[in-house]
Design a protein around this ligand. Structure first.
Ligand SMILES: [Zn+2]
Length: 147
């Protein structure tokens, strides 16, 4: 695409621009721009942790060798996936906000599903109290304040 960002830095800048607007205020042009970054949508839940070299690299650079939730090595639990802390379905304007992304394993990603962050924290507290601290630590505090 002609005006697609060429670098990850450009993608970040464009995502910030779109992300600052609220969903209901987005214009047709915003959606057109948004579609240019559509490949990021497919990063989430992909077994290969991304469909592009750039997103795979981002996932590697933004993770350790083990999943921050279950603590298992990524190689043993389905590999790295990029998850939206606040789900895309409820907060589409945050789908490209990199503060909303973190790298977790495929198993944990599937279990988290489309829960809102606070629902997810509650779910973890009830079902996996030993993992709750790490999840609470990852809470997207800044983003939650903007809702
Ligand atoms: Zn995990």
């Amino acid at each position: 695409m002609e005006n697609s960002p060429k670098t990850l830095e450009e993608l970040f800048a464009a995502a910030d621009k779109v992300g600052k607007k609220r969903y209901h205020r987005l214009t047709q042009q915003d959606f057109t721009d948004y579609l240019k970054f559509n490949h990021w949508r497919y990063v989430n839940g992909d077994i290969e942790c991304g469909t592009t070299q750039k997103s795979k690299q981002w996932a590697r650079e933004n993770s350790e060798r083990s999943c921050p939730i279950c603590g298992r090595w990524f190689a043993d639990c389905g590999g790295r996936t990029i998850d939206h802390k606040l789900p895309r379905a409820q907060y589409p304007w945050l789908s490209l906000d990199f503060r909303n992304l973190w790298v977790i394993c495929r198993d944990c990603n599937q279990e988290k599903g489309e829960r809102h962050w606070y629902e997810y924290e509650h779910y973890m507290l009830i079902n996996y109290p030993d993992r709750y601290r790490d999840v609470a630590f990852a809470r997207p505090r800044q983003l939650l304040k903007t809702l």
